[in-house]
Design a protein around this ligand. Structure first.
Ligand code: GAP
Length: 462
């Protein structure tokens, strides 16, 4: 059995079985953009629901929010995104294709690890040192052509809204959901009986003008974030243990709620040079994707950077008044920021099993993540009593769980088809069922089959 799939295997399964389709394929596709098919939409919905339940509903120090994609443009000036939300861009001088300079350098370093210092980190390079590195090592584009010097490229997407008498004004599609939380901070305080420490979480689309292509849903122009800003008074709640607490909580979600394998997850602390402009300390939870260890989920200590910026730019008082001590403070924040689509991809990679012995591909999804809890199969289609019995069982199960019906082809093929989309149980109704009201219950992961009574079924597949 091989349990580390290639990206090609994942892309192929995702398309074949309706998890992920290339966007606008009938027009030749759109770079770094994907649509989620029937099963993908279900998996995304389950991820969102599990996150919301674990991060917000289950805790008494969290509330939710659903802010707009387009915020007042000053938001992004205040947050620093207009000035510094950039990637280093280079262009192939012949083909004019664009690349991220750091990604080209990373690829070169991987191929020439003996030519750099052991503690060399691409993330520590700035625009100038990247230019020197490219020149020194004569790094070319993937097509083998010379490239331009790296330049900053802003990732914010701009659009315009018709405002007063046909004038156009620039707005940005949000580059992170976080800013909607900061700009609503005062309204949440005034409308809810929240006291520090407390957090605000939201799930929604963010947009970044990413240059790098070819990483499937890992890096897309449009993606979903599930972010939390956890507000606290650093004099009452020291930030270091709080950050550790959040790291533990995130790890529990990834490994126990979602079921990712702990050996495919690790924490990596950002270096001083790498950290974002707003952060005092940042860790990435990385997953071992088919293309290496990459960021799945970040957690940053943003201090009071954002609220202070918004106070300055809006001239509004966004302070918190402690109801007991009457002390006024600008709260600090810890920010766990998850990419929903990156978790989606990690789940597919983590659960994909190429079971060569049994000539099958299995998605060993946790039962809470599979679209269907079970599939119901009448052994044959031409025996009305069997079909009717199976239909009754199917309709009964449907009252409490999402189950699917399949009566096409032979039973072995039906099992394989359900294995590939992660359905944990197969229920086969056969001649014996007509005599003793028992069915065959097949386990997706072990392929073991046992005979159970119809009455026992709903316990098994819950
Ligand atoms: N508010 C903090 C923030 O946005 P980030 O590390 O830039 O931090 C958070 O983004 C998460 O969003 C990342 O850990 C990643 O999972 C996801 N993400 C970022 N850019 C993405 C992209 N282009 N496509 C898919 N997911 C992305």
């Amino acid at each position: 059995m091989v349990d580390s799939p290639t990206l090609e295997q994942i892309v192929s399964l995702a398309k074949r079985r309706g998890f992920v389709f290339p966007t606008s394929e009938i027009y030749g596709g759109l770079a770094n953009s994907y649509d989620y098919g029937p099963l993908g939409a279900e998996l995304l919905r389950k991820i969102r629901n599990l996150w919301w339940e674990f991060m917000i509903e289950r805790r008494d120090d969290m509330v939710g929010l659903d802010s707009q994609i387009m915020l007042h443009p000053q938001t992004w000036v205040a947050s620093g995104h207009v000035a510094s939300f950039t990637d280093p861009l280079v262009e192939d001088k012949t083909t004019h294709k664009r690349y991220r300079a750091d990604h080209l350098i990373e690829a070169w370093v991987e191929a020439h690890s003996d030519q750099v210092e052991p503690n060399f980190q691409v993330v520590d390079l700035n625009l100038e040192t990247m230019a020197q590195f490219i020149e020194q090592h004569k790094i070319k584009s993937p097509d083998g052509n010379p490239i331009t010097k790296p330049q900053t490229f802003n990732l914010l997407f701009e659009t315009s809204i018709g405002s007063v008498s046909g004038e156009k004004s620039v707005v940005y599609l949000r580059g992170e959901t976080a800013q909607g939380i900061f700009s609503n901070f005062k309204q949440i305080l005034d409308s809810n009986r929240v006291q520090l420490p407390f957090g605000v979480g939201q799930i929604g689309k963010s947009f970044r003008n990413e240059i790098t292509t070819g990483q499937f849903v890992f890096r897309t122009l449009e993606f979903e974030q599930a972010e939390i800003e956890y507000f606290f008074d650093p004099e009452e709640t020291p930030w270091e243990p709080l950050l550790e607490e959040w790291k533990k909580y995130m790890w529990e979600f990834a490994t126990e709620v979602i079921g990712l394998k702990p050996e495919k997850l690790r924490w990596r602390q950002h270096t001083d040079k790498e950290r974002s402009h707003y952060s005092k300390d940042t860790y990435d939870m990385e997953y071992l994707y088919p293309f290496g260890w990459k960021e799945l989920w970040g957690v940053a200590y943003r201090a009071d950077y954002d609220l202070k910026q918004h106070i300055q730019f809006s001239a509004k008082n966004l302070e918190y008044l402690n109801p007991f001590t009457q002390k006024r403070i600008v709260p600090h924040v810890i920010e766990p920021a998850l990419g929903v689509n990156r978790l989606f991809l990690a789940i597919l990679c983590d659960s994909y099993v190429d079971d060569a012995d049994k000539q099958r591909t299995v998605l060993e999804l946790k039962p809470g993540l599979s679209t269907y809890k079970a599939a119901v199969f009448p052994l044959v289609r031409n025996k009305p009593e069997i079909v009717e019995k199976a239909r009754n069982i199917y309709e009964n199960l449907r009252k409490t769980a999402r189950v699917t019906w399949d009566d096409r082809g032979n039973i072995g093929k039906r099992y394989l088809s359900q294995d590939e989309i992660g359905t944990p149980w197969g229920i086969t109704i056969d001649y014996q069922t007509l005599e003793d009201d028992t069915v065959t219950l097949r386990n997706r992961d072990t392929t073991e089959q046992k005979r159970v009574t119809i009455a026992e079924l709903s316990d098994d597949i819950r």
